[in-house]
Design a binder for this molecule. Sequence first.
Ligand SMILES: NC(=O)c1ccc[n+]([C@@H]2O[C@H](COP(=O)([O-])OP(=O)(O)OC[C@H]3O[C@@H](n4cnc5c(N)ncnc54)[C@H](O)[C@@H]3O)[C@@H](O)[C@H]2O)c1
Length: 311
Amino acid sequence: MEIKNVAVAGGGVLGSQIALQSAYKGFDVTMWLRSEGSIDRARPKLERLRGIYRQTLQAMKTDPSAYCRGLADSPDVPPEQIDILIAKVDDAFNNIILTTSEQKAFGNADLVIEAIAEVIDEKEAFYTTLEDILPQHAILCTNSSTLLPSAMMGFTGRPDRFLALHFANNIWKNNTAEVMGTAKTSPESYQEVVAFAKAIGMIPLELKKEQPGYLLNSMLVPFLNSAEALLANGVADVETIDKAWTLGTGAPLGPFRILDIVGLTTAYNIVAASPAAKEEGSTAARIAALLKAKIDEGKTGINAGEGFYRY
Ligand SMILES: NC(=O)c1ccc[n+]([C@@H]2O[C@H](COP(=O)([O-])OP(=O)(O)OC[C@H]3O[C@@H](n4cnc5c(N)ncnc54)[C@H](O)[C@@H]3O)[C@@H](O)[C@H]2O)c1
């Protein structure tokens, strides 16, 4: 099967990025949104992304460090080629169809990428609606960060053509796409999705089985948690822990710099959700208290101008 018509469900942070990136790489993209209000909220997101794509491409003409792998196959694109790419950004923006009609969005889709709210009941309701509309051959992907596809495949009516395609935020530069099927996903659907990820400028990362947190968060969450524990237990200060990592491994950023980028609110939500955080005096409870104190001071990370470091 050749994927041509791509439908993206949801026009939030990720849905808008997936839609523009897919259109930029030449796919026919329809965004499905729940209401006219959602359409009005999605348009400025696409407009902002168009600006970022254009500016980044423009900067790539003179500044090699501006290069983004999702926007061009190599850093050595000549300036006249970059002008062609900028025109493609505008074409992509103009060609994306935004609709509230399920029939229009999904009736002719080869691939659906679901990027609606991370609430399993809402995903269920959405997939159930799709069942009667989607063409038989269509592949359905979820961009869910925390829900396993096997927990949702029963709602889809097409477990063999259902899997996770998980993007990272800012997909034009952080262009990994984690591909994760269930035991029921057919190898053909899986490979079609891997090929699609490549075709939209992503680097597909193939998981051979289901794993909560996929690859990146399976490594990152325990790593950040270990650093937080060292701090909360008074073993060393922020700068020293970061230096142990950067000088010891050659990595560009230490865990607390990474936490400032992730945002302390997300870090707090992760630790606070663990049962250990409820036990008084536990390391998890100390970590939660430490993060909460910083959040209460408004020091939520790089976007706030201060987290563990000042920016
Ligand atoms: N934000 C990230 O960094 C990130 C990264 C990777 C994956 N994800 C995943 O992508 C999905 C979307 O995340 P987001 O950050 O774009 O969220 P968001 O809140 O920015 O956007 C959600 C979009 O879905 C719509 N929506 C919400 N509930 C809906 C429903 N019941 N039916 C139809 N539309 C509905 C909203 O109107 C909005 O357009 C989630 O599954 C999330 O786990 C997010």
